[in-house]
Design a protein around this ligand. Structure first.
Ligand code: GDP
Length: 205
């Protein structure tokens, strides 16, 4: 069986603690974003699955680090969504520690996919995430999701502004428009995310 990369995704494990992560000797690409940004939908769209990642608006259901194997020691990692209002301080502090440690320290992490609702890009917590990751020098690819909710011209302007902001702040980041609803940008996202995995694959021959 030779399925396209993301269609091979199989759920492996959920963890709630840095100490419980699998051994740090794989190749991982992690998906991050504010809750409700469309992260689970984007993962499901790439995997061409209805329910790989759990689509939910309910706080508390998706706050674990979920690992999906693609085979050959490669993993898609679904990080907990951030930015829920009204979350108790202790819970928020735990997420912050989990996310900052994972993106800042994880050797297996090859690149980050940052999901932002195209109508609300680059919120403070998105910038915080980019700042935690920036010292690693590893690449970020931004999916501006729900692009179907914007007019074509607003979408194009938004993309241009976000790219400009990322460049100005000196992040090693690329960006694109994406929609899980009408599948805009799926081929581009597949190419970019595959490239994040390929970055650390040993040279053949
Ligand atoms: P998550 O919390 O970031 O994982 O976000 P979800 O994937 O659960 O999506 C949150 C809400 O946005 C759900 O109601 C989805 O149906 C909706 N949604 C996600 N992606 C899109 C998209 O590309 N277009 C539109 N119109 N809605 C979307």
């Amino acid at each position: 069986m030779n399925l396209p990369l993301f269609e091979r995704a199989q759920f492996v494990i959920s963890v709630n603690d840095i100490a419980a992560l699998p051994p740090d000797d794989a190749i991982e690409v992690a998906f991050v974003g504010r809750s409700n940004s469309g992260k689970s939908s984007a993962l499901n769209t790439l995997a061409r699955r209805d329910r790989l990642a759990f689509v939910s608006k309910t706080p508390g259901r998706t706050q674990l680090i979920n690992y999906f194997s693609l085979g050959e020691n490669r993993f898609l990692v679904d990080l907990p969504g951030y930015g829920f209002a009204g979350v108790p301080y202790a819970v928020k502090a735990h997420w912050e520690e989990l996310l900052s440690e994972y993106v800042g320290q994880r050797k297996s992490l090859s690149g980050l996919v940052l999901i932002m609702d195209a109508r609300h890009p680059l919120k403070p917590l998105d910038l915080q995430m980019l700042e935690w990751f920036a010292p690693t020098g590893k690449p970020v690819h931004v999916l501006l999701t729900k692009a179907d909710k914007l007019s074509r011209s607003t979408a194009v302007t938004t993309l241009r502004k976000v790219k400009h902001e990322l460049d100005t702040l000196d992040f090693n980041a690329t960006a694109q428009l994406f929609s899980s609803l009408n599948k805009q940008g799926v081929a581009e996202a597949e190419e970019r995310v595959s490239a994040l995995f390929a970055r650390q694959l040993p040279q053949s021959g």
